[in-house]
Design a protein around this ligand. Structure first.
Ligand SMILES: [Zn+2]
Length: 264
């Protein structure tokens, strides 16, 4: 098993993987170039010529709280609960489940057999995303994995810059969905960032304008990505990126005119 554990000051991060998606790179990123994928990112292409974005989540330990960020694509194929227990975390010890945005690959394990998978957890969701997705009304993943949380009385709708603990704050990063947020970590002088779906591939470190087809507002998503990447690069922040390969831990590094994703 790869080293799935990192620290940011006193905060502990544990990377989890639920499974992998699959798609043609130029289908997922319609404004990308297949030539560039082949020439510069061959390590991201599988033998079938596809990219396989990871469905990643992160457990954060901060100030005595155990926090799960995103719950993967879920059953029947997802493996997150087993991955979690293999790494020594019991679903019953999660205090907070925080969902970066309401896409199906981020809410899959919220409920199991109509009960909260994380039995003692309160679930935190963006108020803006809640309003957007509940108005759409028909998405099965919202009906099955999100709406019941409200009836069960375990849902809190949160707004920008929500203070999770003294070390963790949400940061509004809209575009991928209207209420999408990331999480900023600051502890003992060190910085970390839970990216969510601000980006889906390490190739976007350099080709930041490559928008995935899943962005609800591509222009806003691009502007958010550009701004956040510049900040993370300048500050040398440790990043946890749920759809990136391996454990999703890395940094954005610049060498002359090129920015790249350095796995750490
Ligand atoms: Zn996603």
């Amino acid at each position: 098993m790869k080293n799935y554990h990192r620290t940011v000051g006193k905060v502990e991060l544990i990377s989890l993987t639920d499974g992998f998606g699959k798609g043609r790179p130029t289908s997922i990123f319609p404004n990308s170039s297949l030539d560039i994928w082949i020439e510069e990112y061959s390590e991201l292409l599988y033998p079938d010529g596809f990219i396989h974005p990871r469905y990643g989540s992160c457990v954060i330990r901060s100030e005595g709280k155990v926090i799960l960020v995103d719950t993967g694509d879920g059953p029947p194929d997802g493996n997150m609960i087993r991955d979690m227990t293999d790494k020594g975390i019991n679903p019953g010890e999660i205090d907070l489940v925080i969902i970066t945005h309401l896409h199906g690959d981020h809410v899959g394990w919220n409920l199991t057999d109509n009960r909260a998978t994380f039995s003692k957890a309160q679930y935190l969701i963006s108020k803006v995303d809640w309003e957007y997705w509940t108005n759409l009304g028909t998405e099965p993943h919202v009906r099955e994995q999100v709406l019941p949380l409200e009836d069960m009385g375990i849902l809190d709708l949160i707004e920008d810059e929500y203070i999770i603990t003294d070390e963790l704050t949400t940061v509004s990063t809209p575009g991928h969905t209207p209420g999408h947020f990331s999480i900023s970590i600051y502890s003992s002088g060190e910085k970390g960032f839970i990216l969510g779906d601000v980006a889906h591939s390490p190739a976007q470190a350099q080709y930041t304008h490559w928008n995935p087809t899943f962005d609800v507002d591509p222009n806003l998503a691009y502007n958010t990505r550009k701004k956040i990447f510049a900040r993370l690069e300048n500050e040398g922040t440790l990043v946890s990126a749920g759809h990136f390969p391996d454990t999703g831990f890395g940094r954005l590094i610049r060498e002359s005119h090129r920015r790249y994703w350095q796995v750490i």
